[in-house]
Structures are given as C-alpha cells and as structure tokens.
Design a protein around this ligand. Structure first.
Ligand code: NAG
Ligand code: NAG
Ligand code: NAG
Ligand code: NAG
Ligand code: NAG
Ligand code: NAG
Ligand code: NAG
Ligand code: NAG
Ligand code: NAG
Ligand code: NAG
Length: 325
C-alpha cells in the first residue's frame, strides 16, 4: 500500500515537472467545487418542510425555495446552488444559511434538522415567524458559528445559556419587536463573558430587567457595536468604565430605557472628563428617552466623528448649542 502510494506520488511529481504550466492551467480550468453532501441536503429540505411558507403577512417576505428540490436536474439537486446557501469551496459543507425574510411560519426546537448542519459559520433567520418558540439550546452545538441573527422572528423565553458555547461568535443579533417575551437570564454576565470574539451585540427590546447594567462590562473588549434599545434596563449604566473597557466601541444605543440612570454620562462631577478621550472612535451615540441627568459638556463638540448623536428626552442641561453633529 505504502509503495503504491509512493510510486503514485513519483508519477505525479514527474508529470508536474514535465508539464508544469499546462497541467496547472488544466487543473484550474476544469476545477469544479464539490457538490453538497446528501445528508446536509436532506437536513435542509426537512428543515424547510417543518414550516408553512406564508407569504401573506404584513412584513414583505420572499421565499427562497424555488430551487429547493430533492431532484430538479443537475444544478437544482446541488444544494450549494440553492438560494440562501453557501458551501465551503473545499469540503462542500454548508457553511452559511440565510433564510431571512423567507416567509417561514411555525415552531422550531432543538430536534430540528437545522442542527445537523454542524459546519455552519453564519445563520440568519431574521424576519420570519417562529410562533414564540424558545430559542433552541441546540445552537450551542454549532461550534464554528461566527454570525447568529435571529432578529425580529418571534422567539420568546430566555436566551439559552448554551450560546456561551459559541466561542467564535463575532455577531449576535436577537433584537425583536415591542412586547416580545424574549428575556435575558440573571446569569447574562456568564453568557456574554465567554464570547471573547464578540464585536456586535444587538438585543433591542429583549427584556433585560433581571440584568444589572454593570454586567455589560463582562463583554469582550473587541466589541464595536452595542444596541440595547428599549430593554427595560434599570439602574446606573457604567458609562465611565465602558469607554475604558471597550476601546473599539463605535455604536452605543441605549434609547428608551426610562429607568436607566447614568454615572454622569457627560461627566458633570468628573470635570476632567477623562473618559471622553476614549470616545474618539464613537460614531453613533444614542441615548434618547432614558433618564440621564446632568449637564452636557462642551467637549462633546470635539467628538467630530459622531455621525449620529441623540440625547433627546433626558434631563440634560448645558451648552448644547456648541455641539455640531
Ligand atoms: C403555534 O403554537 C401554538 C401552541 O404553542 C400551536 O397551537 C400552533 O399550532 C402553532 N402554530 C404554528 C403555525 O405552528
Ligand atoms: C420538535 O418539533 C417537532 C416538529 O417540528 C415535533 O414533532 C417534536 O415533537 C418537537 N419536539 C419537542 C421535544 O418538542
Ligand atoms: C471548525 O473550524 C475549524 C477551523 O477552521 C475546522 O478545523 C473544523 O473542522 C470546523 N468544524 C466543523 C464542525 O466544521
Ligand atoms: C458545547 O459544545 C460541545 C462541543 O461542541 C458540546 O459537546 C456540548 O454539548 C455543547 N454544550 C452545549 C450546552 O450546547
Ligand atoms: C440581521 O439580519 C437582518 C436581516 O437580514 C439585517 O437587517 C440586520 O442588519 C442583521 N443584523 C446584524 C447585526 O447584522
Ligand atoms: C420583564 O421581565 C420581568 C421579570 O422577568 C417581568 O416582571 C416584566 O413584566 C417583564 N416586562 C415586560 C415588558 O415583559
Ligand atoms: C420604572 O420603574 C418604575 C418604578 O420602579 C416602574 O413603575 C416602571 O414600570 C418602570 N418602567 C420600566 C419601563 O421599567
Ligand atoms: C475620525 O475618523 C477618521 C477616519 O475615520 C480618523 O482618521 C480621525 O482620527 C478621527 N478623529 C478623531 C478625533 O478620532
Ligand atoms: C476641545 O478642542 C479644543 C480645541 O482643539 C481644545 O482646546 C479643548 O481642550 C478640547 N476639549 C476637550 C474637553 O477635549
Ligand atoms: C454657553 O456658550 C456661550 C458661548 O460660548 C457662553 O457665553 C455661555 O457662558 C455658555 N453657557 C454655559 C451655561 O456654559
């Protein structure tokens, strides 16, 4: 066996030396990416078939399933060619599934065949209707997930702690509609504390009343975008420390948390405003409709890189006229 392999290698090698360029060219021009694996294809079809496709809904949606067939000719039978699917060029495994706004209606649980797609790196199921299912804890079994987007999809219940298993996660969007029943656990700190690569965290309208704002500080220092709009946050938000601990932060949105107070977000007492220096990267600061009290410092005007600044509906006073956004 070993000898056989050895001679085969010699054969390849001499061939390569003799016809180096043409062989290489031929290799590339006839290269076909691998077609999808049968078990992943059937997992996808069963996943799709576990839902009703309901196009009659207020929010426009577009089912991507025209080509999704067991047998639809050479091209259609390769699931890597289907709408919403991306496969790895070398292994042929499904690595990305984008079924956002695909008119899916129905429940989902951890037995779903979705969780057989073990190689997924990106999963987007935003803007479907999952009938107030819990977010399946089996998501914690997809070890290579870097992007998870389940926003505006009618999930309910607590965010499962298994999400903390997703150590490669860089973007998590679980934002939802007003009146949702999605909430964070009291151990939210443990959950996000393990997501060391997180850059984007959007949890708009997730009920975070059981989370102390200070727990946010457990988040990864690589965070770039944090959006916690209308999250029922209560208590003092650690503005001073967050800008020290999250030097890459560009977006901070905390609007409509009426019971949120600040440790002087604009540094009334801390006249040195040392944390302001850390705001240089901030391009979007939105704090409207919270209960922040204090005086807006004129130094805010120095933050020329703000593309959006909304500090309306707070009890802030001061020389706002100087602020040019
Ligand atoms: C939604 O869930 C309820 C019960 O939780 C069930 O009775 C109903 O059939 C489900 N609807 C769909 C479309 O799955
Ligand atoms: C999960 O959902 C499927 C249908 O999608 C259902 O047949 C099964 O009973 C559910 N399992 C659990 C544990 O609820
Ligand atoms: C996850 O990614 C690593 C590194 O890219 C790879 O070696 C491994 O096979 C992947 N695992 C799965 C289940 O795709
Ligand atoms: C976390 O991931 C490991 C390895 O992929 C797996 O064995 C374990 O069951 C997962 N835990 C949860 C809670 O999903
Ligand atoms: C989640 O998906 C929706 C729909 O595709 C998109 O609008 C939104 O920006 C995504 N969220 C993130 C954090 O990328
Ligand atoms: C948020 O969660 C708390 C505690 O879990 C609950 O008492 C409260 O009613 C919830 N708020 C909303 C708007 O659902
Ligand atoms: C804010 O706190 C007050 C008093 O504790 C409470 O009555 C009110 O419901 C809270 N509002 C929100 C949106 O949490
Ligand atoms: C504003 O942004 C530009 C480019 O994004 C950067 O070069 C510049 O240093 C920033 N200004 C400040 C005050 O940080
Ligand atoms: C704002 O910029 C002006 C002019 O560059 C500078 O004199 C002042 O110290 C700055 N203020 C703060 C708080 O950084
Ligand atoms: C506001 O700015 C103007 C012009 O720079 C200055 O004359 C005035 O004293 C400032 N008012 C306060 C309250 O800082």
């Amino acid at each position: 066996m070993a000898a056989h392999t050895f001679f085969f290698f010699i054969f390849l090698f001499t061939n390569f030396c003799l016809y180096s360029s043409p062989t290489t060219l031929a290799l590339f021009s006839t290269y076909h990416p691998p077609i999808c694996h049968d078990h992943e294809k059937s997992a996808l079809l069963q996943f799709k078939d576990s839902f009703t496709i309901d196009e009659k809904w207020l929010v426009p949606c577009d089912p991507k399933f025209e080509a999704w067939k067991v047998d639809g000719g050479e091209e259609a039978s390769d699931c890597c060619m289907w709408d919403g699917i991306e496969c790895d060029d070398i292994t042929g495994h499904v690595i990305s599934l984008d079924l956002s706004s695909s008119c899916l209606l129905g429940s989902i649980n951890s037995s779903s065949t979705l969780f057989q797609l073990l190689h997924l790196r990106s999963l987007n199921l935003a803007y479907n209707r999952f009938n107030y299912s819990s977010i399946p804890s089996a998501l914690g079994l997809l070890p290579n997930l870097t992007h998870l987007n389940l926003s505006y999809s009618f999930f309910s219940g607590p965010i499962p702690s298994s999400i903390s298993n997703l150590s490669k996660l860089s973007s998590l969007d679980l934002s939802t509609y007003y009146g949702s029943k999605l909430k964070t656990n009291p151990d939210f700190k443990t959950l996000i504390g393990k997501l060391g690569n997180l850059q984007v965290l959007h949890l708009d309208r997730v009920n975070m009343s059981s989370t102390v704002p200070n727990d946010i500080l457990a988040i990864s220092s690589s965070l770039v975008s944090l959006s916690l709009v209308e999250c029922n946050l209560r208590g003092e938000f650690p503005f001073t420390r967050i800008f020290q601990l999250l030097p890459k932060l560009e977006d901070l949105l905390l609007d409509s948390n009426p019971n949120l107070t600040g440790d002087n977000p604009f540094g009334v007492q801390d006249t040195s405003l040392s944390w302001m220096g850390n705001l240089a990267k901030l391009t979007h600061l939105s704090l409207g409709g919270s209960n922040l009290v204090g005086e807006i410092p004129s130094s805010l005007a120095n933050l020329t890189n703000h593309s959006v600044l909304d500090i309306s509906s707070n009890q802030l006073t001061g020389n706002g006229s100087k602020i040019v956004v």
